[in-house]
Every structure is written in C-alpha cells, then in structure tokens.
Design a protein around this ligand. Structure first.
Ligand SMILES: [Zn+2]
Ligand SMILES: [Zn+2]
Length: 673
C-alpha cells in the first residue's frame, strides 16, 4: 500500500517538521513506511492509530500490521523505532490473521452452545481455518454446523475487540487448571514465562500468541465447510478430537464466489474422477496409501513416463534401475538412518542375524553407489542418471489423501553429477525440461521459488562458502536467463544446498508445488564421490536432484484436477470410441478399430445394445476425446461421422483422413519446443 503524505492530518499525533525529521525527541519514535517515508509519533502509538492519522478510510481496511517484519495486532503499542506496513484483505498475511481470528470466533460460538468444551489448536489454512476440540460427551454433526454459523454471525455483529493481555505462566496455568483444561495446560508446558498471552473477545478467552484482527465485526460471511475426527497431536494413539473446518470473508460476494469454486473443486476431485474414469484404486488388504493403477490409469501413467523419458534421452540422461530396498549401511552412509525412528517404516530383517534392509525412501543413495561403480574423470561430467524409482515413506493414516499423500510413490527422479562450473548450465537444461512438461500439459501459470541460505546465519549449512555462492548465483542467473517469474526466499534452502521449486496454479486457481531442482553438497561428501580433474587431482562433484513431475502419483492427481479429467488427446487412456448405431454395423466397426490400432491410436468399441443417444452421452461422461459414429450411410460410403469432445460434430471423414488428423494433433501437442 502506498501512502501519500499529503493526506496527513497534522492535528493527530504525527509530527512532521523539516530538519527535525531524524532527531529522536523524547518519547518519540520514527516509523518507516514501505515507500521509505519516515515520520515521528509518540512512543506507544498503535498501527491502527497511525493508520487513522493518515485516513479513516485506510484505518477501516487495516486488519493487522507488519512491524519490523512481524505480523502484529494493529492495536498493539509500538514503543521503538520500527518499519511498518499496514495489512489489508489484499495481503496473504492479513487473510491468515482474519481466518485465525475467525477460529476464535467459532470457538466462542461452540463454547456458548456446548458448555464445557475444551479446545486444542485453531490455525489458519491456505483458505480458511479449523479448530480442534474435545466435546466430552457432547456431539456435533454436519447438521449442527448451520446453527453454529448463525451463532457466529450473531457474535460477529457484536463487533467485540480482540483484547491482548500478557500474563505470567503461573497465572495462566492457574486459569486453565481451574477450567480443568488439560489441552491448554499441555500447550502452556512448552511456553516460557514472558511469552504468554491471552486474547479475549466477548465472553471467550484463549491462550494464543496472536495476532488477530481488530474486532469480530469485519467477519461478515461465514461458512463452516466440514467436520472431521483428528487425533490429538496427530498421533493415532491419542484421543480423537473433533475438527471443524470453516472459511470466512469480509463480504458475502466473496463467500458466494468461494462456494462456486468449492463446487467446481468437488467435481474435479481426482479421487472421484479416478473412480469414474477407472484410473486407480486402493485396497485395505493391500494397505492404506498404496495406490494400484487400473489399466486405464496405467496406460496414462506409462504415456507420461515415455514422454519424459524420450525428452530425457534427448537431453543426455542415462537410464538406471535400482532395487526397492537398500542395506542398512547404505543409509548409515547417507545419514538417513539417523532419521529413521519408530515413526517410519521398520527395517526388513533377513534369516541371517544382524542383517537389516530398508524400503527405500529416496533413490539418491543408490545413485551415488552407481556413480562410484567406476572411476570418473571431468570428461565424464555431467553424468545424469535417471530412474522412475518407486519409494516408500510412512505417513500416518489420517494424513493419507488420494494420490497426493500416499505411502508408496514413483518419482521421476534423476541425479546430475557435475562440476561447480556446470551447475548453471544444468539448471537451465532442467528448467527447459520442466517448461516443456508444463507447456505440453497446459499449465500456463507458474512461478519459480528459489530457496537460498539465511543471510544472517551461514553456520548451519554444509559445503564451502565459495561453492554456495557459485550455486546460488548460478540458479538465479539460470532463472533470469530463462525469464522465469521468480520469488526468492532467504533461509529456505536445505542445509545441504539451495533449490528451485516450481509453483503452479491450476485451472481453478489453486497453487501446487510441482517440479523441483536441488543442489546437494552433502551426499557427494558422505559417499566420498570423486572425479579426476583437469589438474589430475581428485575433486568432489556437485550433485543435483531433480524431478519435473515430482511424483507420478501426485502429478497425475494435480493434472486430473487441472483438466477435470479431460486429458489431452496424446495422453487420454482411450482416444477414440467407436459407436455403431446397431449390431448390424459391428463388422465395419471392427475394421475401423483395427485400422486405428495399426496406427497406434487407443480405441474402444461401444458394443452395447443401447440407443445411440445414450452411447454418445456415456462417451462424453467418460471424457473420451473422439467418437466415431457408424451407421448405414457410413458403411455404404466406407467413412465415419466424427464428433470431438467439447466441439461436437466435425462431419464425415474417411478412415485415413481421420487417422491423419488424430496423429497430427498428437504430434503438435508433444513436440512443442
Ligand atoms: Zn489466536
Ligand atoms: Zn535425490
């Protein structure tokens, strides 16, 4: 938000006088605004009062403030010089604060209708919020959510302020002991004296670090979206709490838009479409979170895999294949062993005592051993090992979700071993590959998120300063040269190296992280990887992990929701459905089908004795790109009537014309460069 100094009303507490600007007066503080302007105020002024000093209109919009990069209540006194930024509904941080405050409002409503309820935590989500609660003997069902919404609206209208109070640990413990609230006492046990705050709005008081919006009145539209069970602290051994999800808005219009979006998201849900389009299935007998691909899904996945494999061969990748398990010593070397606790898949033991194997959680250690299988020279680099490697990671039961959170998945993995001087070029090539994938699958809205070291503390990273500088610069230059829309996050790099992640927006505006490129200085050291340099001395190569899809499972889930199950022609499991008007035309349908198959077109015949209208409708529902309708006229002329999904009737064509058209369309979609 850009502030105009001209709007200042001088009768308020702002004091601007030329010359005195930077001289600290007693009890005065300097406030710096985002445009660089600095103004003096009395110490103890709040962001809200500063906003009011600028304009009442601005003050009405302020939901919170960023004070020296921390989000604060707009009512909290500022006692020292500070940089501030007002946060309004347009800022993501303000939305988070709004939704978290709404969780308090919901808790107030729940407490008023279900006395004795105890609350655990109520965080904001990317869209909305939830609160976990223990209702004791009471029950809340889906049917009660409406009543809660009404109560929330009623409480919001009271326009109660969120009042912040600093409290000693002893007093806080006493308060919740009297309430008999073991959940808040548990939270308190992890907090230090001096950092504990209570927030009260209306009749509801909560232990919370804040921040919150000024008052409940700005919550104008409420929707409680669902209710679910959630284990306390996410641990299945603990008590099951009740979790209520909701979303709120500062006006009704946005809520209505959001409800339309929810409807659309529901229609596109990959779990629903996966069933309807017969792509994948789960079986409790096989195990939760272990997807099984049905023939159509397998076909689609294989197409995607071949598509990337072909591109990778062109880009100089070498295929490798490694087993699904690895000896304990592999993971001792890689350092993963230390991370394996009782919360992971447990080791596999052999009849021979003392031998332990692990399901592989990643392919990198295996690939490091492949690198070591023969001596390497600088002339061999870069070496690019690619594998569609299936890995297994334990996820808690409650965390599993369709194909996006699973316990076994296949990464489109590759590890590039190169010299420091080659990092930039390798990044550029991987970016090309990722952009090729995005283009072919119609993902047009994406940004690159570059994660670099924490500028303040460089001690927590492995690898030499020099290597890091080269890598960080290489990534930024590669992204700039490829004209990527880039966001840089300091302090977000892994301890072993910087990275670039692609964030993609799908057709209905949801953000997904797809595609990652990561530099690693750790594994080459741990595995003692070397190459002989031009100087005849031994050097350690840089390792780059990269996966354009991420995982096949998650990618196909995102893709399915992005295109609402209408896969592009080149990827569709069934590309053409032949619909004979009656059984009389089956022979000709078979001939057409065979001709298409000979040209590698995936085709099925609808041989049911249904009316043609129904056959057409069912094919449309199955989201098959082309239909060929065959009746008396088509057989007589040795042609077929063509219908294209979403386009309708394309008229009559000879079989050869149709084949050529399909092949041309496929080629144009997968050969974008
Ligand atoms: Zn709170
Ligand atoms: Zn890796």
């Amino acid at each position: 938000m850009i502030l105009s100094l001209a709007k200042t009303s001088l009768n308020l507490r702002a004091r601007i006088s030329k010359g005195k600007f930077y001289q600290p007066a007693e009890n005065m503080i300097n406030i710096t605004f985002p445009d660089g302007a600095v103004r003096q105020y009395d110490a103890g002024i709040s962001a809200m009062d500063i906003a009011k000093s600028i304009s009442e209109g601005l003050a009405r919009k302020v939901l919170a403030a960023k004070v020296n990069d921390q989000v604060w209540d707009s009512s909290r006194p500022i006692n020292h010089d500070a940089a501030i930024k007002f946060l309004t509904w347009d800022d993501e941080e303000a939305k988070s604060t709004f939704w978290h405050s709404s969780a308090h409002l919901m808790a107030e409503a729940v407490e008023s209708m279900y006395p004795g309820v105890k609350f655990w935590v109520g965080p904001p989500l990317e869209k909305g919020f939830y609160y976990d609660m223990d209702l004791g003997d009471q029950q809340i069902g889906e049917e009660d959510l409406k009543k809660l919404e009404v109560k929330m609206a009623e409480l919001a209208k009271q326009n109660n302020s969120f009042l912040r109070k600093e409290i000693s640990k002893a007093d806080a413990v006493k308060y919740f002991e009297e309430k008999g609230d073991e959940y808040k006492l548990d939270l308190l046990s992890g907090l230090q004296d001096g950092e504990i705050t209570f927030y009260t709005q209306g009749n509801f008081t909560d232990l919370c670090r804040g921040p919150h919006i000024p008052s409940t009145g700005s919550i104008k539209a409420v929707k409680l979206t669902s209710i679910a069970g959630a284990y306390w602290k996410g641990d299945e051994k603990n008590k099951m709490l009740t979790r209520i999800y909701g979303v709120t808005f500062p006006n009704n219009k946005e809520l209505e838009e959001y409800l339309v979006f929810l409807e659309e998201a529901k229609k596109r849900d990959h779990r629903k479409l996966g069933k309807e389009l017969e792509l994948f299935t789960f079986s409790e007998k096989v195990g939760m979170g272990l997807p099984m691909w049905l023939p159509k899904g397998a076909m689609l996945r294989e197409r995607l895999q071949q598509f990337l494999q072909r591109k990778q061969i062109e880009a100089g990748y070498l295929p490798v294949i490694t087993p699904h398990i690895g000896h304990k010593s592999l993971y001792v070397t890689s350092g993963h062993y230390e991370k394996y606790g009782k919360d992971s898949f447990q080791p596999i033991k052999t009849p021979q005592e003392g031998e332990e194997f692990y399901l592989k959680p990643m392919n990198c250690p295996h690939h490091c051993e492949i690198y070591k299988s023969s001596p390497r020279s600088y002339k061999d680099l870069p070496l690019r090992f690619a594998e569609f490697g299936t890995v297994y990671r334990y996820e808690q039961h409650g965390e599993l979700h369709g194909l996006t959170r699973v316990r076994g998945f296949t990464q489109d993995d590759a590890h590039l071993f190169c010299m420091s001087s080659q990092v930039k070029d390798e990044f550029k090539k991987v970016i090309d590959l990722v952009l090729f994938v995005f283009k072919s699958l119609d993902f047009t809205d994406y940004t690159a998120q570059i994660s670099l070291r924490d500028k303040e503390d460089r001690s927590k990273y492995i690898g030499s300063d020099e290597d890091w500088e080269i890598a960080e610069r290489s990534i930024m230059e590669a992204a700039a040269e490829k004209e990527l829309n880039t966001v840089i996050e300091y302090g977000e790099a892994a301890f072993y190296g910087p990275k670039l992640d692609f964030m993609v927006r799908d057709a209905i505006g949801r953000k997904w992280q797809l595609g990652t490129i990561q530099v690693d200085y750790n594994l080459p050291k741990r595995f003692e990887l070397t190459y002989i340099g031009e100087d005849n001395a031994k050097h350690t190569p840089v390792m780059i992990h990269r996966a354009p899809f991420g995982s096949m499972e998650r990618f196909i889930a995102v893709l399915t929701e992005h295109c609402a199950g209408k896969f592009p022609l080149w990827l569709a499991p069934v590309q053409v459905k032949i619909l004979p008007i009656s059984d009389k035309f089956m022979d000709y349908a078979e001939i057409v089908s065979q001709k298409l198959k000979n040209s590698d077109i995936r085709v099925e015949i609808d041989d049911r004795s249904e009316k043609i209208g129904k056959k057409i409708r069912d094919t449309e529902l199955a989201k098959i790109p082309y239909m060929l309708i065959i009746g008396e006229k088509e057989v007589a002329e040795q042609r077929c009537s063509v219908r294209r999904q979403a386009k309708g009737d394309l008229g009559s064509k000879s079989i050869e014309e149709f084949i050529e058209m399909v092949l041309e369309e496929v080629k144009s979609m997968t050969a974008i460069s």
